[in-house]
Design a binder for this molecule. Sequence first.
Ligand SMILES: Nc1ncnc2c1ncn2[C@@H]1O[C@H](COP(=O)(O)OP(=O)(O)O)[C@@H](O)[C@H]1O
Ligand SMILES: [Mg+2]
Length: 385
Amino acid sequence: MPEDNLTVKLEIKSPKLKSRFEKILRSAKGFNIQGPTSKGLSNLLIFELGDKVDQEFQFVQDLLNIGEVGEVFFVSDHSDQAVLLQAIRIGAREFFSLPTEDEEIKHALKAFKERKVKVQGTVSVKDGKIINIIGSKGGVGTTTVAVNLAVSLAEKKNVQSVALIDMNLLFGDIPLFLEIEPKYNWSEITKNISRLDDTFLKNILSVDASGVCVLPSPSYLSDQNLATPAIMERLLLVMRRMFDFVVIDGGQSLGSISLKILELSDTLLLVSNLTLPCLSNTNKLLRTFHDLGFPPKENIKLVINRYLKKSDISIKDAETTLEKEIFWTIANDYQTAVTALNRGKALSQFAPREAITNNFRKLADQMISEPKKQEKKGWSFLRRH
Ligand SMILES: Nc1ncnc2c1ncn2[C@@H]1O[C@H](COP(=O)(O)OP(=O)(O)O)[C@@H](O)[C@H]1O
Ligand SMILES: [Mg+2]
């Protein structure tokens, strides 16, 4: 494993101590020290305890729980047992009581590195593509596209693993599309965020007939099962390591979680129908993405679902209005789509020879050949978190 990617955040107030840690980290090699303003996940937090120990422990515990930091080492003047116990209780891996020897710190960093390599060695690490699907309006076929694209991808010989995540909180219906009865949903993830690793996820996902691993949304809402952007980020980064493709049914939401997903996705498929209200919404969404600064234009692909050759509005009209190419069309075939849905079958299973099914197969080919998004600098470490 390339070793320059373990990120370390230093929350150390005294400048002298901080520079001592920086020096040790630099000489130990393989560590990337994050600046004080840097956001995102860190593999390790080294935290100096001050006078408000209870508050500080709470702060660190929250970071561990939401998965913003992977491990924590404490540094402290106090060597009192109660403090030490509390540190152990929240899951600290090391506790350096000052003064401490450089050797002791180096030894702890070496052990930390070895733990990471061990975890890394047990799984085959992928660098999957995240495909996010959102609809310009309810009912345009977002879920139909997400489900059938995921299944079509899973059926390709050169694709080993596909995950499908339902982000429609409360109204997620993917299990109905695939006739599965998942035992777990989102709430399990939010409750167990600190345990979120490959093994845990493998246990939680339900597998459909084609081999697609499904993570459904909770069917009721409470403050217990609401995800946060940080949890979503962690989830997606773990999933990207495990699957060739992570397909997300993003529904119509543009909340903070959806924005985080947009930021992390390689491709956004924006699903629309050739109707005036849908195209008008598509236009608004494109302008919104432009103003937000992401996703980049080239990563947004317009998909026209329920396409009829003789429709009132032509593809060309739509392209002129939207000032963007239509990337893909999927035939209108209500009979097939609805019957497959009512039987809980993917199209390739229920109607393998229909044009609509073929549209999905070829869309899957396109997604396979689509290049991955150019990553922003500084993101690569997250994959190894
Ligand atoms: N290409 C299509 N042709 C005909 N009907 C479709 C097509 N795609 C989806 N549908 C139907 O449209 C309805 C809404 O689809 P759904 O995927 O649930 O939309 P959304 O997730 O955007 O609300 C369903 O009854 C579905 O069977
Ligand atoms: Mg839907």
